[in-house]
Design a protein around this ligand. Structure first.
Ligand code: ZN
Length: 182
């Protein structure tokens, strides 16, 4: 299978797996918008053209948030894609606070490919929390989310200058937005 054929198949696979799920934001947009944004950030901002990274990116939440298994991804898209997806998958058997702490501790030790996916993932999630926060999230919770994201991204630096600059601009905008609405 060619790279583009594999990627397109992964996009379709991911869309089907996330079918019916929505993002947490008040707009309730389809979940697949998020992995698509992550891929767009990687290609358009990060100038990433490694199809293994892009295919892992479109699949990155399938194991964590749908019934997809690592073995299924390995069989369809290869071990290299599957291992990146698993590097960015939280262990959902752990309590949420512990999972968030582990993301901070693990981020410096991820492979360079997983770091790219994680960086674009954090940009997408934080942009959502700034522009389209869940209706029941008070300002303080949004600020805490951004601060946590900064700690995770601190461990990812040195991976992609364009994405890191984009993250810094975004969090500066978050600080400005939050102080205006405070
Ligand atoms: Zn994600």
């Amino acid at each position: 299978m060619s790279d583009i054929a594999k990627f397109t198949h992964a996009a379709y696979f991911s869309a089907k797996k996330h079918d019916g799920q929505t993002r947490k934001g008040s707009e309730g947009s389809p979940y697949i918008n998020h992995p698509l944004e992550v891929v767009s950030l990687l290609t358009n901002i990060g100038k990433v053209d490694d199809y293994t990274v892009l295919t892992a990116a479109i699949l990155h939440d399938t194991v964590e948030d749908t019934k997809t298994t690592a073995a299924e991804i390995a069989e369809l898209f290869g071990e290299d894609v599957s291992s990146i997806v698993m590097e960015v998958t939280d262990d959902k058997s752990l309590p949420k606070a512990e999972r968030k702490q582990l993301q901070i501790e693990h981020s410096p030790h991820l492979s360079p490919q997983a770091k790219l996916v994680k960086l674009a993932d954090k940009i997408s999630n934080i942009r959502d929390v700034i522009e389209n926060p869940p209706a029941d999230w008070p300002l303080e919770r949004r600020q805490e989310y951004v601060e946590w994201g900064k700690k995770v991204v601190a461990g990812l630096r040195g991976t992609n200058e364009n994405l890191e600059n984009h993250f810094d601009e975004l969090t500066a905008r978050a600080a400005a937005t939050f102080s205006v609405s405070a």
